[in-house]
Write a protein that binds this ligand. Structure first.
Ligand code: IVH
Length: 674
């Protein structure tokens, strides 16, 4: 057995394990591995594939990590038009549709009318093309005839199979061995909220659908992978088309490994349809994703062709859209929140009211223009609405019910946090607090942004702790975090020795993060993750970035004059230069790291197999150490294996190595070799 053969075996094993765990996680919501252990498996696969590039296949789970940059998405022709659906907003219209279909069926001599009721997912429609079972193309709907080829981005979505099982037997009927699956890419509410939290206020998405549409068009597929989108399939073409029905097709899609949501029902009568619609009006709020209606389709797919379509939508299907959910409540007061960039956001404090499955007691009013537009006064009765957006909003005032004690909402003159007079730049809708150095709300916001997941990812630094650190003046900027000492932390509320140690350790670990992340973590206005990456490429150290002029910055891809000015402004502030004086004393990466120099060549040409557990290294680390020193790591023993490192509880691989006469070393000997 050669090394490449053992690598191939190991790769095949890793792939099937990753696919199995991925299925358990995404499809069955029954994960057996922690995220950390799952990532380790994937990292191992990627490392092995890097070592043996010939073994990389387009359907390997490593392909989901992304990395392809697409500057322009090529236009592609759909095999058949991607139609939309006509919408209805009332049960009466649903009944009209039902009767219309019945008449058309009678003309065809058909007396039975089964319909499938499905949920209408609020996302972005896409088409997937599989050739001989392999995903070869993912495209947007575009104008229905032509869409954009976004294959690289599509491959990052975990619920889209890269390869279909059992291709040979299942698709024998398909002439071109091609099948098409259509469905909706969407973002779960939880992932949407996480994404928004990680973004600068001015770059947040209004709802999961907008976030999905924006994410699918990102040029860097590695960035798309981080967005954690999902896919629900509702259309299958190319498999047993003649004999099939929509209900069976949904079942077939599930067998092929697609997620369908599972909430569809075969309806034999109109009452079944209205029951489904009513049932889901309530239940849909409990789903982890957004749905905005119900889609009704004629079950017998053989009749679709016969019924045909109008220019835009088929005659055999329709979408029923739920009306936006509304509730009436009282506006008690308006409070003013100060964001990390100093922007003042008016927030309505409401009498708690149940709306769309949850209790609402607060709602953003965005800015003062919005308050004027609504004509809202304190103590007014207001209508709040939840439609596509996750967060409900105030949409109108019930003027007839305005109480005599109603009062105008006053624009605050001073910052509610630090008392500084507020400013409103010409042409902007928001007021802001200009005291960026000292306003506690802005400091807190900057520290929380710094610690957030996409920035330095310091999990132990939560809101309650940051509030305290800023309130007692221990932290005035993110540089101060790195000067914190255990005893200072121990004395804080809800902090003990252990939590203090954990935070100090987490801060030390954050120094291992990349220069690019640090640029993003500083929270420069308009600098999101993508811009931070471009900046890191163009200016590999803060010393260079600090000196860049507005003109130079504008030449960096994706950076326009507004962003360039904002970066320049940031670096010309005294507050920033103080910050950098502190950052220099931390171990944070103030420049891009050089590719690691080879430590030594002690393992040059040597293949190493680890078996059993090591006491001082985990497998990943031990493998890296070997790779850095010119060696290779293999998954199974053969005569050609260089050495076998045997830890405790070594099993059959050790026996085999001894039998084959391969050199076996202990952990101590391995360390000495390093
Ligand atoms: S069927 C010809 N089924 O809603 C049939 N569409 O408003 C085409 N949608 O363009 C679509 N959930 O993007 C279908 N269960 C579902 C759906 C669904 C969401 C979207 C789809 C369509 C739009 C029409």
């Amino acid at each position: 057995m050669t090394d490449i053969i053992s690598a191939a075996e190991e790769i095949a094993h890793l792939r099937s394990e990753i696919e199995r765990h991925s299925h358990l996680y995404y499809m069955e919501a029954k994960p057996e591995l922690s995220d950390y252990d799952f990532d380790k498996l994937l990292e191992k696969l990627i490392a092995l594939e890097r070592q043996f590039p010939d073994l990389v296949t387009p359907d390997s789970p490593s392909q989901r990590v992304g990395g392809t940059i697409t500057r322009v998405f090529p236009a592609v022709q759909h095999r058949e038009p991607m139609l939309s659906l006509s919408n209805t907003y009332s049960l009466a219209e649903v009944e009209e549709f039902y009767n219309r279909v019945r008449k058309l069926l009678l003309l065809e001599g058909v007396h039975e009318q089964e319909m499938v009721a499905e949920l209408k997912f609020d996302g972005v429609a896409i088409s997937l093309l599989y050739r001989k079972g392999l995903l070869v193309r993912g495209a947007t709907r575009g104008d229905g005839l032509q869409g954009d080829d976004i294959t690289a981005n599509i491959k990052t979505i975990s619920t889209i199979p890269l390869r279909l099982p059992d291709f040979g037997s299942l698709f024998a009927q398909s002439e071109e061995d091609e099948i098409e699956v259509r469905g909706e890419v969407f973002m779960r509410k939880e992932n949407f909220e996480q994404l928004n939290e990680s973004r600068p206020e001015e770059e947040r998405f209004a709802n999961p659908r907008n976030a999905t549409a924006g994410s699918l068009k990102l040029q860097d597929s590695a960035e798309v992978a981080l967005r954690n989108m999902s896919f629900v399939a509702y259309y299958l073409k190319g498999y047993d088309d003649e004999a099939s029905s929509q209900f069976l097709r949904l079942k077939q899609l599930e067998k092929l490994g697609f997620y369908t949501g599972g909430h569809y029902r075969l309806c034999c009568e109109l009452q079944d349809i209205s029951a489904f619609i009513e049932e889901w009006d309530e239940k849909r709020w409990k789903l982890p994703y957004e749905t905005d209606g119900v889609v009704l389709k004629l079950n017998d797919a053989r009749l679709w062709q016969k019924l045909g379509a109008t220019a835009k939508s088929p005659r055999w299907a329709i979408a029923y859209k739920y009306p936006a959910q509304q509730a009436k409540t009282v506006l008690h007061t308006v409070i003013f929140q100060v964001g990390r960039l100093g922007t003042i956001t008016p927030v309505a404090e409401l009498e708690p009211v149940l709306l769309a499955g949850s209790t609402v007691s607060r709602s953003t009013l965005h800015n003062f223009d919005e308050i004027q537009r609504l004509g809202i006064m304190l103590h007014d009765r207001v209508i709040i609405e939840k439609s596509g957006e996750v967060i409900p909003k105030v949409i109108s005032v019930v003027l007839d019910e305005r109480p005599s004690e109603a009062e105008a909402v006053r624009v605050p003159l001073l910052c509610p946090e630090c008392g500084t007079p507020l400013a409103k730049p010409e042409g902007e809708v928001s007021y802001y607090c200009p005291n960026e150095d000292e306003c506690p709300a802005q400091i807190r916001g900057r520290v929380l942004h710094f610690a957030s997941r996409d920035a330095m990812d310091i999990k132990t630094l939560g809101k309650a702790l940051v509030d305290q650190l800023v309130a007692i003046g221990l932290v005035k900027d993110v540089g101060d975090l790195y000067a914190l000492q255990e005893p200072q932390l121990e004395s804080l509320e809800r902090m003990g020795k252990k939590s203090a140690q954990n935070l100090i350790r987490a801060l030390a670990e954050s120094c291992e993060k990349s220069y690019e992340r640090l640029i993003y973590a500083l929270g420069i206005r308009h600098v999101g993750r993508a811009t931070a990456r471009e900046l890191a490429n163009a200016y590999p150290s803060f010393d260079l970035l600090k000196e860049a002029s507005e003109e130079e910055l504008s030449m960096v891809p994706d950076i326009g004059p507004v962003v360039a000015r904002s970066i320049r402004d940031f670096f010309s502030k005294p507050f920033t230069s103080d910050l950098f004086d502190k950052l220099k004393r931390t171990g944070l990466p103030l420049s891009a790291s050089e590719p690691k120099a080879q430590v030594n060549t002690n393992f040059e040409g040597l293949s190493v197999l680890f078996t059993g557990g090591l006491d001082r290294y985990d497998r990943q680390k031990a493998s890296e150490l070997v790779l850095e020193r010119g060696g290779r790591v293999v998954g199974s023993v053969s005569k050609k294996t260089g050495i076998v490192v045997a830890g405790h509880d070594s099993g059959s691989k050790l026996d085999k190595a001894v039998k084959l006469g391969v050199r076996v070393v202990s952990e101590d000997e391995f360390e000495a070799m390093l």
